[in-house]
Design a protein around this ligand. Structure first.
Ligand code: URP
Ligand code: ZN
Ligand code: ZN
Length: 460
C-alpha cells in the first residue's frame, strides 16, 4: 500500500526541512510540500514529529554460540526490539568456530534470519581461521553480497586469529575491496592479566576491567593499524571504548591508514562502576572491551561530535543474568560477555546526545544511520531520505517521556542494563520499505518480510 507522511520535519545527515514524503513500491517516490495520495494510501500526520531515515545498527549478534552458551535473541525477538527502537536495518556478525567451514557458517547464519526477520539485514563475515580453503569460500561469500569481514584480535583459542591469519585476511580484503571490521584487544595481555588476577583470588565481575585495561585495547588498535598500513586494507574498529584506542586510530589515520571508528551505546552512558555492583549484579555489565572510567564517555561524545568516531552501534549480545551470566559466579572470565542494547540505542543517542547538547540532530542521523550505510555499501538505498531510497522511515516523537526497563522491553533477555534510565523522545511510527512495522513501542509488523541486503565491495 502507498504511504504518505505529511508535514514532518525531515532530518538527514545534512538537511533539515519540513515536507511531505510519498512512498510507493517500497521506495520514496516524491518529497515536497502539499503532496496528495490515492484514496487507499496510508496517511500519517507527522506534524510536530521528526522524520529520520531508518536507523542502521552495523554491529549486532543474534545467533551467537559464545563462551559455552548462546545469545538469547532470535530474529523474531531481535526484529521486534530493533523496530520499536527505530532500527530498520542491522548487520549481524557471523562468528563461526575455528573448525567450521565459512560457506556452511554463512548458510547457517542466513537460515536463522530467513522467514523470521522483519528488519532488513546483512552480515559481516567472521574470519576465525584463514587458509587456502577458507580463502576460496570467503571469495564466494563476498560474491554473494557480503562485502565485509570481521576479525577478532581477542578471544584466544575461540574466535581469535593469529598474526599470519590477520595479515592474509587483510591482504585478501584489500584485493577484493572489502572492509575489515575488527575487535581490537591484545589477547596475550588479557590472558596473562586474567591468570594473575584469578591467582590472587580476584574472581568477581569487578575484575573484568582490570584484566583488560585501556592500554590492552590501544595495543590491539595499534597492532591492527600496523597490519592495515602494510596491506593497504580498509579497516573499521568495532566497539571502541576509550580515549587511548581512539588516539591510536587517529595517529594511524594521519599516516594514511584507512580506518573508521565505531563506538557502542553502552559505553556512552554506563561506566565501570556498574560492573562493580555487589551481589554479582556487576555481571550484567561485563562486555569486552569493558566499561571504562567515566572520563572516557566525554571523549566518546566529543569524538562523535567532531566525526572522528563515525558510528554508534550496539554490539548487541544478550545473555540472561540468571542461567547465563551466572556461569561466571566464581570466575569472572567465564561470564558471557555482552550488554544488550539493540532496542535502546537510538533513544539513548537522542536523549543523552541531542537532548543533552552533546551533538546535533545531523550527527545523530550520521552516526546511527548514514555512516553505516556509506561504509558498508548500502548508501543511498539506506541511510538517507531521498527519492529512490527505500522507504525506511522513523517518525520520531520528541515529546515522549519514559524510562527504560526490562519490564517493558522486547529484547528476549531478563534484565535491562539501562534500568530506570530516562528517555526523552522515541519512535512513534517505523516503516521498512513502506510498511509500518512499529507504533509507539509496539511491534505491529510482519515477521519474515525482512530482506537480506546484497552489498558490493566499496574499494575505499
Ligand atoms: O562483550 C562483547 N563484546 N560480546 C560480544 C562479542 C564481541 O566481542 O563482539
Ligand atoms: Zn567484539
Ligand atoms: Zn560484537
Amino acid at each position: 500500500m502507498a504511504l504518505l507522511v505529511k508535514n514532518g520535519r525531515i532530518v538527514t545527515a545534512t538537511d533539515d526541512y519540513t515536507a511531505d514524503i510519498f512512498c510507493a513500491g517500497e521506495q520514496i517516490t516524491a518529497i515536497g510540500p502539499g503532496l496528495s495520495a490515492p484514496a487507499d494510501a496510508e496517511v500519517i500526520d507527522a506534524a510536530g514529529k521528526l522524520v529520520f531515515p531508518g536507523f542502521i545498527d552495523p554491529h549486532v549478534h543474534i545467533y551467537l554460540p559464545f563462551m559455552g552458551t548462546f545469545a538469547k535473541d532470535d530474529y523474531e525477538s531481535a526484529s521486534r526490539a530493533a523496530l520499536v527502537g527505530g532500527t530498520t536495518t542491522l548487520i549481524e556478525m557471523i562468528c563461526p568456530a575455528r573448525d567450521d567451514e565459512p560457506w556452511e557458517a554463512y548458510q547457517l547464519w542466513r537460515s536463522k534470519a530467513a522467514d523470521k526477520a522483519a528488519v532488513d539485514y546483512s552480515f559481516h563475515m567472521g574470519v576465525t581461521r584463514f587458509d587456502d580453503r577458507s580463502a576460496e569460500q570467503l571469495r564466494r561469500i563476498v560474491d554473494d553480497g557480503v562485502a565485509s569481514f570481521k576479525v577478532f584480535l581477542a578471544y584466544r583459542g575461540a574466535l581469535g586469529v593469529n598474526d599470519e591469519e590477520l595479515y592474509r585476511t587483510l591482504a585478501l580484503a584489500k584485493q577484493l575491496g572489502v572492509i575489515v571490521t575488527a575487535h581490537c584487544e591484545n589477547e596475550t595481555l588479557v590472558a596473562q592479566r586474567q591468570a594473575e588476577l584469578l591467582a590472587a583470588g580476584h574472581s568477581g565481575p569487578e575484575f573484568h576491567e582490570p584484566s583488560r585495561p585501556t592500554v590492552v585495547e590501544a595495543e590491539g588498535v595499534h597492532h591492527l593499524m600496523t597490519f592495515a598500513e602494510l596491506t593497504g586494507a580498509s579497516t573499521y574498529i568495532v566497539h571502541t571504548s576509550c580515549e587511548e584506542a581512539i588516539r591510536e586510530a587517529v595517529a594511524a589515520r594521519a599516516r594514511g591508514v584507512q580506518v573508521w571508528i565505531e563506538t557502542v551505546a553502552p559505553y556512552l552512558v554506563l561506566d565501570r562502576s556498574f560492573a562493580e555492583r555487589g551481589e554479582f549484579e556487576g555481571a550484567k555489565y561485563v562486555m569486552s572491551p569493558p566499561l571504562r572510567e567515566r572520563r572516557h564517555q566525554d571523549s566518546l561524545w566529543i569524538n562523535l561530535r567532531n566525526r572522528t568516531i563515525s558510528t554508534i552501534a550496539t554490539d548487541h549480545a544478550p545473555f540472561d543474568f540468571v542461567g547465563q551470566k551466572d556461569m561466571g559466579r566464581s570466575d569472572f572470565t567465564k561470564i558471557p560477555n555482552g550488554i544488550p542494547s539493540l532496542e535502546h540505542r537510538v533513544n539513548i543517542a537522542y536523549t543523552y546526545g541531542v537532548q543533552r547538547g552533546r551533538f546535533d540532530l545531523h550527527t545523530l542521523v550520521d552516526a546511527c544511520s548514514t555512516q553505516a550505510a556509506r561504509l558498508f555499501g548500502l548508501y543511498p538505498r539506506k541511510g538517507t531520505i531521498q527519492v529512490g531510497s527505500d522507504a525506511d522511515l522513523v517518525i520520531f516523537d520528541p515529546e515522549y517521556r519514559g524510562k527504560l526497563s526490562a519490564a517493558t522491553q522486547l529484547m528476549d533477555v531478563d534484565y535491562c542494563a539501562f534500568e530506570g534510565m530516562e528517555i526523552e523522545g522515541r519512535p512513534s511510527v517505523v516503516t521498512v520499505r513502506g510498511e509500518i512495522q512499529a507504533r509507539d513501542g509496539d511491534f505491529v509488523g510482519t515477521l519474515g518480510c525482512g530482506e537480506q541486503l546484497r552489498r558490493a565491495p566499496t574499494h575505499f
